[in-house]
Design a protein around this ligand. Structure first.
Ligand code: 5GP
Length: 190
């Protein structure tokens, strides 16, 4: 998505530790008009895919997921992050290693919200090593549902998470894929 690449170039800041900061439009302040353009773009990718529901992870995936869901006219379920592994049998859960915090956490989704008839589109804000998406895929598969695909607003391609999932056969289509970045320089995958 060219407009997203331009927005990243104009407003993004590359921090140490391979972190891209996009607080001005996605992670702290939300540019709602632009968010809705991302939603339209995601709808174009999955228009004929028979998606019944969108699954994301709190907190920063929710905005992108809701934008796509508003266009696609489906509901959003978000996985909650729990510090403890003490969860009841009424939830699907998966362990996820956090790229930004360096710790592990458990993500949970109540069994009521996904079932074997669902075709799930998984959405997040960023794709780095792919651990968040792997956890969400695990939850969809525990429910016996189908993964229609995974879309993140921004994939840092050089961290390999997206390509690893593509090799496993999942459809992964990010709106912008960064091939290389350093302070003051961001290059996108062609
Ligand atoms: P992964 O699980 O793919 O390694 O990392 C994805 C998760 O980490 C996303 O849910 C996102 O919130 C966070 N994340 C990873 N890289 C970045 C980044 O460069 N900037 C921001 N703001 N979040 C990131």
């Amino acid at each position: 998505m060219k407009a997203l690449e331009q927005k990243i170039l104009n407003e993004g800041t590359v921090l140490g530790g391979d972190i891209l900061k996009v607080g001005s439009f996605l992670n702290q302040q939300i540019d709602v008009a632009f968010l809705m353009e991302m939603g339209e773009e995601i709808d174009k990718i999955y228009k004929n895919a028979g998606v019944t529901k969108i699954l994301t992870i709190e907190a920063s995936g929710i905005a992108v997921a809701v934008a796509a869901a508003a266009v696609m006219k489906v509901n959003v379920v978000f996985a909650k992050k729990n510090k403890t592994s003490n969860v009841s049998g009424e939830v699907y859960s998966a362990n996820v290693h956090s790229f930004t915090h360096g710790t592990d956490y458990l993500v949970t989704v109540p069994k009521d919200y996904i079932d074997a008839n669902d075709k799930i589109l998984i959405i997040d804000d960023f794709l780095a090593n792919g651990k968040a998406l792997e956890g969400l895929i695990d939850i969809v598969e525990q429910a016996g549902a189908e993964v229609a695909g995974c879309t993140c607003a921004i994939e840092k391609g050089f961290q390999g998470g997206g390509d690893k999932l593509r090799k496993k056969g999942y459809k992964v289509e990010s709106l912008a894929v960064i091939e290389k970045m350093s302070p003051g320089n961001i290059e996108f995958r062609k």
